[in-house]
Design a protein around this ligand. Structure first.
Ligand code: NDP
Length: 422
């Protein structure tokens, strides 16, 4: 416990791992794990870098989005997510695929002013100078305007209690834009300081990206939804009811949206996008009228089931870590090198496919049937089953009264004992 973490960030990778090994009493084998996933270039991305953390990446299939077939790389540690997305997409493919739209694609940043005695007057003054302030914003990151983007709009909102938010809307082109916008905001904040004789409390991008909305829709003949003994019309009606419950009840809505984000985050990670940014924006959007609600809706007229998902998807195809991450680069290629709006469309469709599969399972057989089969595999592996032992252990686990770690370990031990005896 005498390890010295002072100036840890200045140490070489070998020094850092040695300090950690000493501090945490790691065995040589444990310390060697740092090397297994070590990628030197990643020490340029985060601070105090030790190693990469492996997450499984798989491929969702069967997608047709705006008449174009797509394969979709997804990074997730949760079993059944990719199976569900592929399954949802397969149903929608039979009905012609997903249709998507993207509204204007602008990021919004805020300059917050405080302690204003006459906020309305200050707001009016800033609005009068909006055109000049947009020029200041563009001058702070001129390459954006050269690419056809740049500052588009200034909006002033009175927040109450003497606070004011000056919202800057910027067309960030192919990037997510957080850093570029923050640079522009700080320049505009300085000019506003001179203009209003007040110092801004803060200048920062907002993740509530209401000017970067993407929508995915699908229309399914109800016959496609038939599941076991449930008729398609009944499944459609139950899915519409499940959708209504997610509109009425935040407890249900949170889980409904978690299922959607299972798909959205997995593609965001696979493409090097900031999934925390998407998460915060999605949940803020889900509460936009004051109550937290499901992000998607499903309605039926008895013949057709119509699904719609709209949420902020401010994703980029350049910037951040995208160019530095080889696998993210590869995944952009698998996706056909989409533009940023096209990537947003693909991600929205993935979220809707995920939601379709989850709701259909929930209102029919329940999700456990399909989910548990895949979860059991994770359980068996966590208990130490080798790939050769997996089929037998899974078969035995399916019939076991308790599907837990202790039972699985006992089954593995029994299997190995039988083998030894043979
Ligand atoms: P970058 O800082 O990497 O900026 C984008 C880069 O892409 C610029 O260098 C730009 O070049 C370049 N570029 C090349 N081609 C294009 C093009 N066609 N359109 C636009 N830019 C282009 O990333 P972002 O500004 O996109 O910010 C994203 C990062 O910010 C993410 O890593 C995110 O995690 C992080 N972040 C997120 C925050 C949040 O969500 N609240 C807050 C702060 C950071 P040039 O310089 O020549 O314009």
């Amino acid at each position: 416990m005498t390890a010295d973490f002072r100036h840890f960030y200045q140490k070489s990778w070998a020094e850092r791992t040695a300090i950690v090994a000493d501090y945490s009493a790691l065995t040589p084998a444990e310390t060697a794990r740092f090397k297994t996933y070590y990628l030197p270039q990643h020490s340029e991305i985060i601070e105090n870098y030790l190693t990469d953390y492996p997450l499984p990446m798989g491929l969702a299939v069967n997608f047709v989005i705006d008449d174009q077939p797509r394969i979709i790389p997804m990074v997730t540690e949760e079993p059944s997510v990719i199976a569900a997305a592929s399954n949802g997409a397969k149903i929608v493919k039979r009905a012609g695929g997903f249709h998507t739209t993207v509204t204007r694609r602008e990021m919004i940043g805020q300059i917050v002013l405080e302690q204003l005695t006459e906020p309305a007057k200050t707001a009016a003054l800033i609005e009068q100078h909006a055109a000049d302030l947009l020029v200041v914003a563009d001058d702070a990151h001129p390459s954006l305007k050269r690419r056809g983007g740049g500052a588009k709009q200034l909006r002033v909102r009175q927040l109450g209690q003497g606070y004011l938010s000056v919202d800057l809307f910027v067309d960030v082109q192919a990037a997510m834009g957080a850093n570029m916008l923050n640079t522009m905001l700080e320049a505009v904040a300085k000019s506003i300081g001179v203009l209003t004789k007040t110092n801004a409390l803060m200048s920062i991008l907002s993740n509530y990206a209401t000017a970067s909305l993407a929508t995915a829709t699908c229309e399914l003949p109800v016959a496609l939804l038939q599941a076991g003994r449930y008729s398609g019309a009944l499944v459609a009606q139950k899915m519409a009811a499940a959708s209504t419950v997610a509109q009425l009840d935040p407890y249900r809505a949170a889980t409904h949206n978690k299922g959607i984000m299972n798909g959205i985050d997995a593609v965001a990670i696979a493409t090097g996008n900031d999934w925390r940014a998407l998460e915060s924006g999605a949940h803020a959007y889900a509460a936009r009228d004051g109550q937290y609600r499901g992000l998607s809706t499903w309605t039926t007229d008895g013949k057709t089931l119509t699904g719609q998902l709209t949420l902020p998807l401010p994703v980029g195809v350049v910037g951040g870590s995208i160019k530095i991450n080889d696998v993210a680069q590869l995944n952009h290629k698998l996706l056909g090198q989409p533009t940023a709006p096209t990537l947003a469309r693909i991600i929205a469709a993935t979220g809707l496919a995920q939601n379709l599969a989850a709701l259909r399972a929930l209102v029919t057989t329940g999700i456990q049937q399909g989910h548990m089969h895949l979860q059991l595999k994770s359980l068996a592996m966590a208990a130490g089953a080798t790939p050769a032992e997996l089929p037998t252990i899974l078969q035995q686990l399916e019939q076991a009264p308790h599907q837990d770690l202790t039972t699985t370990q006992q089954l593995i031990a029994a299997l190995r004992q039988t083998k030894d005896e043979n």
